[in-house]
Ligand binder design. Structure first.
Ligand SMILES: CC(=O)N[C@H]1[C@@H](OP(=O)(O)OP(=O)(O)OC[C@H]2O[C@@H](n3ccc(=O)[nH]c3=O)[C@H](O)[C@@H]2O)O[C@H](CO)[C@@H](O)[C@@H]1O
Ligand SMILES: C=C(OP(=O)(O)O)C(=O)O
Length: 515
């Protein structure tokens, strides 16, 4: 442990020197760099002296501001977190825009020959990977300011031969390139989708949805080989075989540029799909039935518009922050909660005994999504009477289920959690036993959690799935003593500066890296 602390300090000093040197090379003062980053001169001074823990996100932003190679340090080895747990948190925290709308909209921006500006995009690894892929094929993207507004301008002709395969393979979202690309390419290849290791996630529903648009996909060694017959268009409503989110997005993006009216049935009405529908509306594509399971899309074969869209807040991040409050018995106000997508979660939490208060609703920047501020009070929770299971929206969100394992571990009594969706995700939740929870795996899809838990700090390697990894981190906040969470790329895939933001509420989380 002492070695790790020493190594972390040494690392911070070395990075600080690199930052100072590249700032001077640019001829900037500390104040100029501070202004670009929206921080203070004294913070830059501390960073350059090696007296400040740097999050990967801040390091990336400094690298971008200085246009220097410091960012390559971000790839030099896995990043870890050291958590001093057992502290109560307090204060106010804002929910950021969602990962899933962010990546979906980045893919959708390829439908538009004009310039798209997306406001307040979450600066997370998943978004960075998609940006790398977009840049590699010639799409120009630019962060406009420290508010994370992002400009996207596609080229006249995409250069698919240069597609960044490494970046593409690290995301699941690459599957959403299928529909935008099919409009202008008769033949192309995409690598197999990656993302969280959640067991088999079939892509067959995507093929079924796109076949009526003349898309044929053949799985070849490590890649999907796609052929498009542009003369084919749907003769009847597209019926999705699964109410999946990204499959609905692919069907929408296929219909958006297909001449005529397309009806999509068994569509997911989930938050990222709604954001996509609102964006398509801005592009001049009329979509009827937004928020329902039947979408009627009035396609526009060529789109060339300069548009500005603000994706809405992330219900999964909202749930994560509410869970942070619950597990640490803290009073926290979580602002900008997209209530339509958290209603069932909150109803269940109330049933379990959670005390909370809601502000009146107000609109998100997109003018459509309804937000509230939610204050969570320390509460004594008890297990729910029935099992907890997710459903496609409107149901308890599949990505919010893992947080209920942690909440159940703080509650009195036993809770059965049934994750019918993913083959591996329930298994990863048994990692909580390392911190003192009583979690029993009944079968690959069901766990029994017995609470309350006397948490104790320890060392855990991040499970290779975003939400279970965050659940372990949040348990570490509750556990007295020092915990180490290793290899947190998977968390940075979906959360922007999570550790720094929790620290602002009083948590003690430090980032370090093996050097
Ligand atoms: C980028 C993005 O937006 N990712 C989200 C999206 O992934 P994505 O849309 O890729 O999710 P999948 O299509 O893989 O669906 C998730 C799993 O649910 C199963 N399934 C889904 C719907 C259904 O009606 N029946 C069924 O069995 C699928 O077979 C799969 O195993 O949706 C998932 C489920 O909400 C979320 O976890 C992901 O965060
Ligand atoms: C499963 C998730 O994401 P992805 O679809 O990006 O793997 C998630 O967000 O929890």
């Amino acid at each position: 442990m002492v070695d790790e602390v020493g190594a972390s300090k040494d690392y911070a000093r070395r990075v600080g020197t690199l930052i100072r040197d590249s700032r001077k090379n640019r001829g900037w003062t500390q104040s100029q760099l501070a202004e670009t980053l929206g921080t203070s001169q004294s913070a830059i001074n501390r960073i350059e002296q090696g007296n400040q823990n740097l999050s990967l996100d801040l390091l990336t932003r400094i690298s971008e501001a200085l246009d220097s190679e410091i960012v390559s340090l971000g790839r030099s080895g896995p990043l870890h977190l050291r958590v001093e747990g057992g502290r109560q948190l307090s204060g106010v925290i804002d929910v950021k825009t969602s990962k899933n709308a962010g990546v979906g909209l980045l893919c959708a921006s390829m439908l538009n020959e004009g310039r798209t500006v997306l406001r307040k995009v979450a600066r997370i690894e998943e978004v960075h990977r998609i940006l790398e892929v977009l840049n590699s094929i010639g799409v120009r993207t630019r962060w406009l300011n420290s508010d994370n507004d992002l400009e996207i301008v596609p080229p006249a002709q995409l250069d698919l031969a240069s597609l960044d395969l490494d970046a593409a393979r690290r995301t699941r979202s690459i599957i959403m390139f299928l529909a935008p690309l099919m409009h202008d390419q008769k033949q192309f290849e995409l690598p197999y989708a990656g993302g969280c290791a959640l067991g088999t996630r079939t892509v067959e529903p995507h093929m079924t949805a796109l076949r009526p648009f003349g898309v044929q996909v053949e799985a070849a060694a490590g890649a999907y080989r796609v052929e498009v017959d542009p003369s084919v268009r749907p003769q009847r409503p597209i019926v999705l075989t699964e109410r999946g989110d990204t499959v609905t997005e692919n069907a929408l993006m296929a219909a958006a540029r297909s001449d005529g009216v397309t009806v999509i049935r068994n569509a997911s009405p989930n938050y990222m799909v709604q954001d996509l529908c609102f964006y398509l509306t801005e592009l001049g594509v009329r979509v009827d039935g937004i928020g329902t399971t039947t979408l009627t899309v009035h396609g526009v074969p060529h789109i060339r518009r300069d548009v500005d869209y603000s994706p809405s807040e992330d219900p999964i991040e909202a749930m994560s922050l509410v869970t942070a409050a619950i597990v640490t018995s803290s009073e926290i106000t979580v602002r900008r909660v997209p209530i339509e997508f958290m209603e069932i979660e909150l109803a269940l939490l109330e049933e379990m005994g959670l005390r909370s208060e809601r502000s009146p609703e107000y609109p998100a920047a997109n003018g459509r999504t309804r937000l509230i501020d939610l204050t969570v009070y320390p509460s004594t929770l008890h297990a729910p009477l029935d099992k907890i299971h997710p459903m496609p929206f409107p149901g308890l969100n599949i990505d919010n289920l893992p947080f209920f394992a942690l909440i159940a571990a703080t509650a009195e009594g036993s809770t059965l959690i049934h994750d019918w969706v993913y083959d591996n995700r329930a298994l990863y939740l048994t990692e909580l036993t390392k911190l003192g929870a009583k979690v029993t795996l009944m079968d690959p899809h069901r766990i029994y959690v017995e609470g309350p838990t006397h948490w104790s700090g320890t060392e855990v390697i991040c499970p290779p799935a975003l939400r279970p990894a965050v659940v372990v981190l949040l348990a570490m906040l509750a556990a007295k003593g020092t915990s180490l969470l290793r290899n947190v790329y998977v968390i940075d895939r979906g959360y922007e500066q999570l550790a720094d933001r929790l620290n602002l509420l009083g948590a003690s989380i430090h980032t370090f890296r093996d050097v």
